[in-house]
Design a protein around this ligand. Sequence first.
Ligand code: FA5
Length: 332
Amino acid sequence: MVIFALKNSALEAIERAQNLAELETSYKAYLGKKGELTLILRSLANLNEAERKVQGKEANDLRNLLEKRFAERKKEIQREEIVIQEKLAIREHVDVTAPGKRLPKGHTHPLTLAQTKAEEIFQTMGFTVAQGPEIETEWYNFDALNIPANHPARDMWDTFWLKPKNAGHLLRTHTSPVQIRYMEKHNPPLRIIAPGRIFRYEATDASHEFNFYQLEGLMVGKEVSVANFKAIIEEFYRQFFGKPVAIRLRPSYFPFTEPSFEVDMRWNKGAWLEMMGAGIVHPNVFRAVGYIPAEWRGFAFGMGLDRLAMMKYQIPDIRLLYSGDLRFLQQF
Ligand code: FA5
């Protein structure tokens, strides 16, 4: 009877144990040195042989059973504890009270800022934005612009030719070919700008890159003059820099304009800086696109977008624009 009661209470205690410490306590209470069952097993020696046989077997069976159950329960508890640990870990992982992680966010490159601003200003003055390919043919980059093969003016632009050379393809050396492409498809009067990337086989320094950006402009109409050109450029600079800017036209030479000039701009009442080439469209350019030269007049210009951005944001070296250096880029 004693053993039967002991069995029930021991099994119950095993089930009740919620953690390893509780289980250990129960284990000691029954099977430890002074545990209830241990004491019974010890007392067997005092019994006569017949009783010892019967009770000895019962007590030993119970000991085996309890040892087995304790071991099983121990494993169960260990498994449960692992699950609880995992749940806690997951809860930590989605802790809604943790401060959010800030994802690095990109932003507009200073060259793009300058280009977008320039486009906006010209658009308010009635100019459409046109585009052309960066890989050009000799015809669009040179011939149609009144620069035939073997003409010394081709040396004005050191060219990246594409292989094989005979194919007559090159990386455009200026945005002027877009003038031709646009006039081929549209009739005058017209006003366009053409911003884009260009390439020159040149050494680099603080104000020269071999890959840079230009913004071409072309206005064709019945009575387009240098005075119109000057007024539009002054208005452009006024809006772009947010204040009136003095400019001057200096005689120059381009095969596709006649007369031709360089436009300099005065920065902070200091030095005059060369900003663009420009001029009145040459009759041969109109001929190349099928316009009748006697009927139309136009001005064209090509400004360096990089230099414009450098002036606006006071960037001392053009190569910074292409460095990909975040310490530089994050200032804009
Ligand atoms: C031209 O490329 C002519 N197509 C411009 C033009 C268009 C004249 C229409 C007449 C009519 P030029 O090579 O001078 O011209 O270049 C024009 C502008 O590009 C320069 O004034 C300068 O601002 C910029 N530029 C020229 N070379 C570089 C360079 N290596 N790096 C950065 N900017 C440059």
